[in-house]
Structures are given as C-alpha cells and as structure tokens.
Design a protein around this ligand. Structure first.
Ligand SMILES: [Zn+2]
Length: 268
C-alpha cells in the first residue's frame, strides 16, 4: 500500500513539472478517454476513491454496489457444479508483440496488432480476441478463502463486444520464462511504453482444469456479462519477478463479492 501511495506522489510531481507539461497533458487526455469514449472517473484501491466507494464515483459505476453478478468471488471447491454442457475454452495463443503500459492501476500488455496477432479463445462456440493482459497483487479470486501472490487476467472480446476473461493464479516458484520479457521491462510510469515479444502459448504447460462462472469486470465500471474462466492450477514466478511487480503495485485488487447463488462450474 505504501508503495502505491509513494508512486502516486511521484506521479503528481512529474505531471505538474512545467518541463513535461505538454507530454503530461497528452498522457492525461489519453487516460481520460476509454475505448468506448466514456469519460473515466478517478478511482483507486484505497481511501475515498477505493473499491468500497466506486459505485458513488459515477452514475455508470452503480452496478459495483447493486449488481448481483460481480467479480471477483471466493471459489469454494466443495460447492462446484459439473455439467458436461459447460466446456473449457479452446485457447489459440502464439508469439505476438505487446506494448507494456503502466496505467496507474496496473501494468497492462496490449497487442500491437488490433487482431491480437491471432491470439484468441473459443468459448461455447464463440470466438473472443485477446485485447490485453494485466496483473493484480495479491490475487482477486480466492480458492477456499486462500489468495495467491499475483493474479493474471487475459481479457478477450467477441465481435459483438462480449467479454471473456481468463484468470490465472501465480505462486512463488520457478522463474516464469514465458512472461520473462514482461517482468524484465515493467514500466515504472506512464511515459514508458516498452514493446516486448511474448509467446503466450508457453503459459500453460501442464494441462487445463478450470472454474467457470458469469461475473463482471473487477475494475470500474464493473460491467457484468463477463464470462470468467479461472484456471485451477497456479503457474509460478520467481521471488524476484513477483517483487518486481509488487514494487509498482501492491494491493491493486478488489475484494471478493457476494455470489448471490451463482453456480461455479468445474471444467476439465
Ligand atoms: Zn483484472
């Protein structure tokens, strides 16, 4: 939490320095426009703009409080539903160039090509193209009340603008070779936009077991209708990789939300 605070202080000083004002205004105006053209209201992970207050920051964020299908959730393994009709995603990942962006809430990797360089998933017969991936520390989803060091979110969108997110728990262990370029080049502020090549195909070496449920975005506007697939097996990162992220973001997670009777499916 202290790291995040210190970061935002540094950012403020940088933004108001006259020498970089034109660049700062450009970054500021870029941050204020979401892809949908909706103005983004200032939100954070602590204090008066933290998760408990998101719903009040904008009329568009009301669902953060009133929604009945919010994310993340605690996945209770004794309470999973098996249904042959609910399958796992078919993942088509390969080598792609990503731009790394520090957006003040997380580090996001955005495919340089609009088609995600062919990175996509198929879920229930529908194709969703990779839009970006990013990280939360500690994890947002819990497994039986347990959190993990980091959670990776791979965000996909269909041609009808439906969202499907894959969540992956990351625990301390062997160095992650697939994400090494990302963690060696984490941008410390908004002015840095390094490009790295990543082959996401190497991300899941040991098969697929996952939990599926219907939820929401875990950041404002917390839009519902998101198809969540949370991988059951964690992947690993080295202590130094985890620390490299936590120096920038430690505590950028929303707490678990009420399930309101939603079913969580076990798929493998
Ligand atoms: Zn996320």
């Amino acid at each position: 939490m202290m790291n995040l605070f210190r970061d935002s202080q540094t950012r403020k000083k940088w933004l108001f320095s006259p020498a970089v004002l034109p660049a700062a205004l450009f970054v500021f105006s870029t941050c204020m426009s979401s892809p949908a053209g909706v103005e983004e209201h200032q939100w954070s992970y602590q204090g008066s703009t933290g998760p408990e207050h998101w719903y009040a920051l904008s009329p568009e964020y009301g669902i953060a409080k009133d929604g009945k299908a919010q994310s993340p959730i605690d996945i209770v393994t004794a309470d999973l539903t098996a249904d042959a009709a609910v399958g796992k995603p078919v993942i088509t990942y390969g080598k792609a160039l990503f731009e790394l962006e520090n957006n003040g809430h997380t580090i996001e990797a955005i495919p340089v090509a609009a088609d995600g360089h062919g990175n996509s998933i198929a879920l229930d017969g529908k194709t969703y193209v990779l839009q970006q991936f990013h990280f939360h520390a500690p994890s947002e989803h819990l497994f039986d009340g347990t959190s993990f060091a980091i959670e990776l979110h791979l965000v996909h969108k269909s041609s009808q603008n439906d969202m499907a997110v894959i969540g992956v728990m990351i625990t301390e262990g062997a160095r992650n070779e697939t994400l090494m370029e990302v963690f060696d080049n984490l941008p410390s502020d908004e002015s840095l936009r390094p490009e790295v090549e990543v082959n996401l195909d190497g991300l899941f070496p040991d098969g697929w077991e996952a939990y599926r449920y219907d939820g929401s975005l875990t950041t404002p506007p917390c839009t519902e209708g998101v198809k969540w697939t949370v991988r059951a097996l964690p992947i690993t990162m080295s202590r130094s990789q985890i620390d490299a992220f936590r120096v920038l973001y430690d505590g950028n997670r929303r707490h678990v939300q009420n399930r309101y009777g939603r079913q969580v499916y076990w798929v493998k």
